[in-house]
Design a protein around this ligand. Structure first.
Ligand code: 8IG
Length: 265
């Protein structure tokens, strides 16, 4: 937690504020959302802040931004996520979430790009995360730290999201460690255990966020159908393209959901 406190202090002092209200991690495809939330107070490179690193993943900005909303609240936008497959420790993966908590956020919004197991969800479809299955065989917590995971993904904010866009569907997100995509046999196994979405982030961060006392909201962008669901092979270029095509629409959607969550939080 020490590093997270240092990071929070560095961000807050650069922004000249005492706390943030909400934090949001932007995954593949979600990069345009920050600009819609309000005016930028300060934009920092990840390497300026303790514990953050510029992401090695194309499509991630590598910046931390503090935004002031029209209502005068502050949002920390984290465009520098450390993935489990980058081979640093679980604390590096949880660092964004812990920094958000240390900076005073009460809500953590986690976004990602992922593979879809439901053939009717075409690339570019945003899906609310209702629950997750953590298949990384890891935890961001250590020691006898037993944390309840019931209703991890805030039913309250999911309800608000469905008010913003009644066509939004919900799904169960499976986090695998990656960085390889799945085999078709693995995807068929994941379907049978109840997964709708598959990716390489979010679940470990959500666990850390709950443990830090944050209200958690998760939303995925289906950027590709999972292996074997369509005939196409998977590529990161396809992921980037789907994100770019859906970018403006999902950015507006996310900004509306965050505004509602802030109004009512
Ligand atoms: I974007 O199909 C994205 N991330 N594991 N599988 C996994 N991660 C992903 C996928 C996918 N698409």
């Amino acid at each position: 937690m020490r590093r997270a406190e240092e990071a929070a202090e560095a961000i807050l002092s650069a922004a000249g504020i005492e706390r943030v209200d909400l934090a949001c991690t932007l995954g593949s495809g979600w990069g345009e959302a920050a600009a819609r939330l309000g005016e930028t107070v300060v934009k920092l490179d990840a390497h300026q802040i303790p514990g953050f690193a510029k992401s090695e993943v194309p499509g991630h900005s590598g910046t931390l931004t503090v935004i002031r909303t029209p209502a005068g609240q502050h949002v920390l936008v984290i465009g520098a996520r450390t993935h489990f497959y980058e081979g640093r420790d679980v604390d590096a993966v949880a660092h964004g979430v812990r920094t958000a908590a240390s900076a005073g956020a009460s809500t953590m919004v986690l976004t990602n790009g992922c593979g879809g197991l439901n053939p009717t969800w075409s690339p570019g479809t945003p899906v609310l995360i209702r629950d997750h299955i953590n298949l990384t065989a890891a935890s961001p917590l250590r020691g006898a730290h037993f944390v309840d995971m019931t209703d991890l993904y805030s039913p309250r904010i999911r309800e608000l999201a469905q008010q913003v866009d009644p066509s939004l569907e919900e799904g169960v997100y499976a986090q695998l460690s990656g960085p390889h995509y799945e085999t078709p046999a693995e995807i068929s196994y994941l379907r049978s255990i109840g997964a709708d979405l598959v990716g390489m982030s979010t679940a470990l961060e959500a666990v850390a966020a709950r443990a830090a006392g944050l209200e958690v909201f998760g939303i995925s962008l289906v950027t590709n159908l999972a292996a074997g669901i369509s005939d196409e092979p998977l590529s990161h270029e396809e992921v980037i393209e789907a994100g770019q095509a859906a970018g403006p629409r999902i950015a507006a959607l996310l900004a509306d959901i965050i505004a509602r969550a802030l109004e009512t939080g």
